[in-house]
Design a protein around this ligand. Structure first.
Ligand code: SF4
Length: 262
């Protein structure tokens, strides 16, 4: 294994700024083969990634974390994407049901500290249980979302998962996404039509008013200090560390060719 840091991705990130989402997705398949998966929460941008994975015939697994308190519409969207796009969607779950967790720890999501613990238990830990299965996770973060995502890199290292994160839609504008969805009639979570600009657990997500920020409906009861769950490390500034991956993978990632016969 060799050490690989966020700094090692600087040049590649620059070079990838002009690449289309489809080009970036194809690149992940070429570099990571079977050890890449798309991670989605069944929101609009995740549906776009799922559609691209399907039409590009990337034969790539999709990972979804079912916290046990998702909206039924979110679960239905997962099922439609699986059946209609022919996707292999892996559903991850927390160790405890929400009822079991509440009996043991109380209603966590009512305080900022409890929310962090609850998101760790119900979102982050199920994903961490897959550590070692994937060298690359594809997300659907976009800079057009603003906030902590306003400068999200296309490529980043994820020390907790010891893998590379790729956001092929990082440069996708709102207009481009709307146009893609309309042109391809992409299956999207119906909650988006009901005032939900972003969608998480049913305990912590509400619709937003037209004049509110897009993420105002997430953890509304906690105020503006708690607006990301932490499952995407770039949301919480966790990309300064390093990961350990095989040298041969680093060479493929950085486009180096090593010919030991000469
Ligand atoms: S969004 Fe709310 S209910 Fe869902 S895991 Fe986080 S704190 Fe718990």
């Amino acid at each position: 294994m060799a050490r690989f840091t966020q700094a090692d991705l600087i040049e590649l990130n620059k070079a990838f700024e002009d690449r289309s989402p489809a080009e970036l997705l194809r690149w992940t398949k070429v570099v990571f083969g079977e050890r890449v998966a798309a991670l989605t929460a069944m929101q609009m941008a995740g549906s776009v990634v799922c559609h691209m994975v399907s039409v590009l015939k990337l034969n790539m697994k999709v990972v979804f974390v079912d916290t046990g308190v998702n909206f039924q519409e979110t679960l239905d969207t997962r099922d439609r994407l699986a059946h209609e796009y022919g996707l292999d969607i892996i559903t991850l779950q927390p160790k405890q049901s929400m009822e079991e967790q509440t009996k043991e720890l109380g209603v966590l999501y009512l305080t900022p500290e409890g929310q962090r613990q609850c998101c760790d238990l119900r979102k982050t830990e199920p994903l961490l249980a897959t550590r070692g299965q994937f060298d690359c996770l594809i997300g659907s973060l976009r800079r057009a979302e603003g906030g902590a995502r306003g400068g999200c890199p296309i490529l980043s290292v994820d020390p907790a998962m010891n893998c590379i994160r790729v956001n092929p839609l990082a440069n996708f504008t709102n207009d481009e996404m709307d146009a893609y969805i309309a042109e391809h009639q992409v299956i999207v979570n119906p909650l988006h039509q009901q005032g939900f600009t972003t969608i998480g657990c049913n305990r912590c997500t509400t619709p937003v008013l037209p004049n509110e920020p897009k993420r105002a409906g997430r953890w509304r009861h906690l105020g503006p200090w708690s607006v990301y769950c932490g499952i995407n490390p770039t949301d919480v500034g966790g990309t300064s560390l390093a990961i350990d991956i095989p040298q041969e993978l680093i060479d493929r990632l950085l486009g180096r060719t090593t010919d030991f016969s000469i």
